[in-house]
Design a protein around this ligand. Structure first.
Ligand SMILES: [Zn+2]
Length: 202
């Protein structure tokens, strides 16, 4: 299976009106073509890797490289080559990566804002995802909300990956003791970056 590599595609062809074929010496039968190479990853074009030009005489069917042409014809070829544009789709992968990075920043920012707002106004049944001392992830649920503190139930389990949270966030895991967290405790937790996320309406 090819994961990454490079590929050339045809970009543009044009008949050179004045060029003389170096082989059969007929005028106006040279067709110039430009091929653009691009790097691909899983067949998604990532970025262009430069262009190659070839010429073919339609009269004697001989092929040439641009450097094989006499000076006048080479100039005509250069003019044509100046009109070849790299299509934007050859940058698809780069664009996709930029989009993902932007989306990542944006969604992080949204989570941060949501957490800040919910920490300041805790509600019953909020589920907090937090980082433990050992950098594991676990959760606690809010049972009751008072003016200066909340009662919470800690999850009996923790997980080393965020993706494992869905598995441990189930009712049976919240059967332990009830703890009190003051508003200041919550604030300190939030300020030290321990609170990863908060879910409401479960
Ligand atoms: Zn020819």
């Amino acid at each position: 299976m090819i994961i990454f590599g490079s590929r050339a595609t045809h970009l543009k062809s044009e008949q050179l009106r004045n060029a003389v074929c170096p082989h059969c010496e007929n005028r106006g039968h040279m067709t110039a073509s430009v091929y653009g190479r691009h790097a691909h990853v899983f067949w998604i074009p990532f970025f262009p890797m430069g262009n190659t030009g070839v010429l073919e005489c339609q009269h004697c069917h001989k092929g040439f490289k641009p450097k094989d042409l006499p000076e006048k014809a080479r100039l005509e070829y250069k003019n044509f080559r100046g009109t070849v544009r790299t299509p934007i789709w050859k940058f698809s992968g780069l664009g996709l990566v930029a989009l993902l990075i932007t989306w990542g920043f944006y969604s992080n920012k949204m989570t941060e804002e949501k957490v800040k707002e919910l920490v300041e106004n805790p509600m019953m049944f909020d589920t907090y995802t937090f980082k433990t001392e050992a950098n594991y992830y676990s959760t606690f649920r809010v049972l009751e909300v008072f003016k200066d503190s909340i009662y919470v139930n800690y999850n009996d389990y923790e997980t080393d990956k965020k993706s494992g949270l869905r598995k441990i966030d189930i009712d049976q895991n919240y059967q332990g003791d009830i703890f009190v967290l003051t508003n200041d405790d919550l604030k300190a937790m939030h300020e030290s970056g321990k609170i990863e996320d908060i879910e409401r309406d479960k």
